[in-house]
Design a protein around this ligand. Structure first.
Ligand SMILES: O=C(O)CCC(=O)C(=O)O
Ligand SMILES: [Fe+2]
Length: 351
């Protein structure tokens, strides 16, 4: 038996009483890539504070390894047999970026930009369904409107509502093609932005599985990612470290390199997926201005490949010099934020 140290991705959250019902992602500290173990088939036995879980392996018929998770304290300990650990296939499902690695953009783990994820007619059909929904579906906020599908998200989980087929067609495609979600996506937030509307920099709530897929329709926009303010405190820790060999500056540069703000241009029909550091260490937001600069966006190459005229400013309304290109937002943008709320309350309600 070998003991390996695992750290919770959400270290500040209490976990002891929730572990039996709510599958927290775990990060294996000895690996570069965060490894998520999502034992969705449930606990099969428990001994006091220890529970045995089976790791979910939807893409394989192999028997999943049995893991013993200690649910005491802030750190969890995974105790398992070496042979299980060596069985790479067992964990493949949660490292599922493989299929989509060529869509990775920027230097941060992990941001995927998939142009043309849906066709023009699929876009039209989604827009027809969105605008065909009863007016009561819309909730007006100060700076935008939204529709909530899939149920009400509480901090402690989802009061579920069945997703309509026009949405499950999309969520199923994202689930299957990304292989990044441990079970089917069960929640979709539809945001509508007029040309001068945006969304404040924020981090998605703790009820969600830490992978988000955003489908964009209508007007292009630029989404900005900024390091979380709590990380700004960490820089002082780095600087305060007492180095004897003059490596402070190098450490600081490396830190700043690892936590650089960045932006991404979201074209209509594209799918953006982000997780890992981009999800946990950064805030994401969209400026509420009608002009968005796309100078220096991390997916410039990908966008120009699909829209070659964009660079010369002809494909859509752009302003600015060749060095400082901007989009003039002239039409509405709709986004569909597709997520999984792992903890679902049993009393399903339907409309
Ligand atoms: O509209 C978008 O692209 C972002 C929406 C978003 O961040 C959210 O719903 O949490
Ligand atoms: Fe968000």
């Amino acid at each position: 038996m070998a003991a390996l140290s695992l750290t919770y991705l959400f270290p500040k959250q209490p976990l002891l009483h929730t572990l039996h019902h709510f599958w927290y992602p775990l990060r294996l500290s000895s690996r570069e890539t965060p490894l998520c173990l999502y034992p969705t088939s449930g606990s099969i036995a428990s001994f006091g504070a220890m529970s045995i879980y089976v790791v979910h392996q939807p893409s394989s018929n192999l028997n999943a390894p049995v893991l013993i998770l200690s649910s005491i304290g802030v750190h969890a300990v995974l105790i398992c047999d070496y042979t299980i650990w060596a069985d790479h296939k067992s964990f493949k499902v949660m490292e599922g970026t493989e299929k989509l690695t060529h869509y990775k953009v920027g230097s941060l783990p992990t941001v995927l930009y998939i142009p043309d994820f849906i066709t023009d007619s699929e876009q039209t059909s989604l827009l027809n369904n969105i605008y065909g929904a009863p007016p009561s579906r819309w909730k007006s906020l100060k700076n935008r409107r939204l529709q909530n599908w899939g149920g009400v998200v509480h901090e402690k989980g989802l009061l579920p509502q069945v997703l309509p087929p026009w949405l499950t067609n999309l969520t199923q495609k994202i689930y299957e093609e990304s292989e990044l979600f441990p079970s089917a996506i069960n929640h979709v937030l539809i945001n509508e932005y007029l040309p001068d509307q945006g969304i404040m920099p924020h981090q998605d709530g703790p009820a969600y599985f830490p992978v988000v897929a955003i489908l964009s329709l209508g007007s292009p926009v630029v989404m900005d990612f900024t390091p979380h303010s709590r990380l700004k405190l960490d820089i002082h820790d780095v600087i305060d470290k007492n180095y004897n060999d003059g490596t402070i500056e190098i450490e600081k540069d490396k830190w700043l390199d690892d936590h650089r703000p960045f932006s991404i241009l979201l074209m209509p029909r594209s799918l953006l997926i982000f997780k890992d550091k981009a999800y946990s260490d950064y805030l994401h937001g969209i400026k509420d201005s009608a002009v968005h600069s796309y100078h220096g966006v991390v997916n410039k190459t990908e966008v120009f490949k699909e829209h070659p005229n964009l660079s010369s400013g002809r494909a859509m309304d752009t302003v600015g010099s060749e060095d400082y290109k901007s989009i003039q937002r002239t039409s509405t943008r709709i986004s569909l934020t597709c997520r999984l709320v792992p903890k679902v309350h049993k009393n399903l309600f339907r409309f």
